[in-house]
Ligand binder design. Structure first.
Ligand code: PGA
Length: 241
């Protein structure tokens, strides 16, 4: 694993945004796997900055987002659909038809997951997957459990995740308790992985990811088996390694 440690979030944002854009410069029709949460905000800002400076063109890019809440209106400000449009898609030139999300309001969620996997395959697979990590070691909404869930699936969120995410909602009762998420296999098939972690509350999960046992109790630990992983960490997130 390529572990890079930075002094602050600003620096990580620039480095991570440049890394994602570097992929697009090398291959203009790249397939990007994208993430939500606080961690990718600065990287997305940098991608927007480079686009506005005329340094990069996203018109041939395709994207797949990692996950979405179940039964939350896509126009709700807390849907990942809204988050991505507000923080990235509304400011760059990825064609709307190239933007893909799991539909958490699909009538048949299992079929939706199967269709999503087919779409990723049809697009040629993900060239680079951007990831955050949960304080409990989750990646996307793959929560700690007894086994690795391979492909996209419906998931019941852990209390700690609902708690972590409640900061975006008016009250914890409003946080959806179910989501649809890419699986560990979907993530592991990405050609490259860029994982970013900020803050002390991620330190334990980062330690386990880098040199702990590979176990579904810390889903991110599986990344030890991937051959092209870059970690960008601030000093707090790196404090236990
Ligand atoms: P965060 O979430 O970026 O908001 O910390 C990361 C995650 O839960 O994957």
């Amino acid at each position: 694993m390529n572990v890079l440690i930075y002094d602050n979030e600003e620096q990580i944002g620039i480095a991570a945004g440049n890394y994602m854009c570097g992929q697009v410069l090398q291959k203009p029709d790249s397939v990007l796997g994208l993430a939500t949460g606080s961690t990718p905000l600065k990287p997305y800002k940098q991608m927007i900055e480079l686009y506005k400076n005329g340094a990069i063109d996203f018109s041939k890019v395709t994207t797949f987002n990692l996950d979405e809440y179940v039964q939350l209106d896509v126009n709700d400000k807390n849907s990942y659909h809204s988050f991505m449009h507000e923080n990235l898609f509304n400011h760059i030139n990825i064609p709307e038809e190239n933007i893909n999300f799991l539909n958490g309001n699909a009538e048949n969620l299992e079929q939706e997951c199967i269709n999503y996997e087919s779409k990723i395959k049809k697009a040629g697979g993900i060239d680079i997957q951007l990831l955050g990590i949960g304080s409990n070691g989750h990646i996307a909404f793959n929560e700690p459990s007894d086994c690795f869930q391979r492909w996209s699936h419906v998931v019941e969120l852990k209390e700690s995740t609902v708690q972590d995410n409640s900061r975006f909602f008016k009250s914890i009762e409003e946080v959806p308790t179910k989501a649809v998420t890419m699986g560990i296999g979907s993530i592991m098939q990405a050609k490259k992985i860029l994982i970013i972690a900020l803050g002390q509350n991620k330190a334990k999960a980062i330690k386990q990811l880098i040199d702990g046992n590979v176990t579904p109790l810390c889903p991110a630990s599986v990344l030890q088996f991937h051959t092209d992983v870059t970690l960008m960490l601030d000093r707090d997130a790196a404090s236990l390694i």
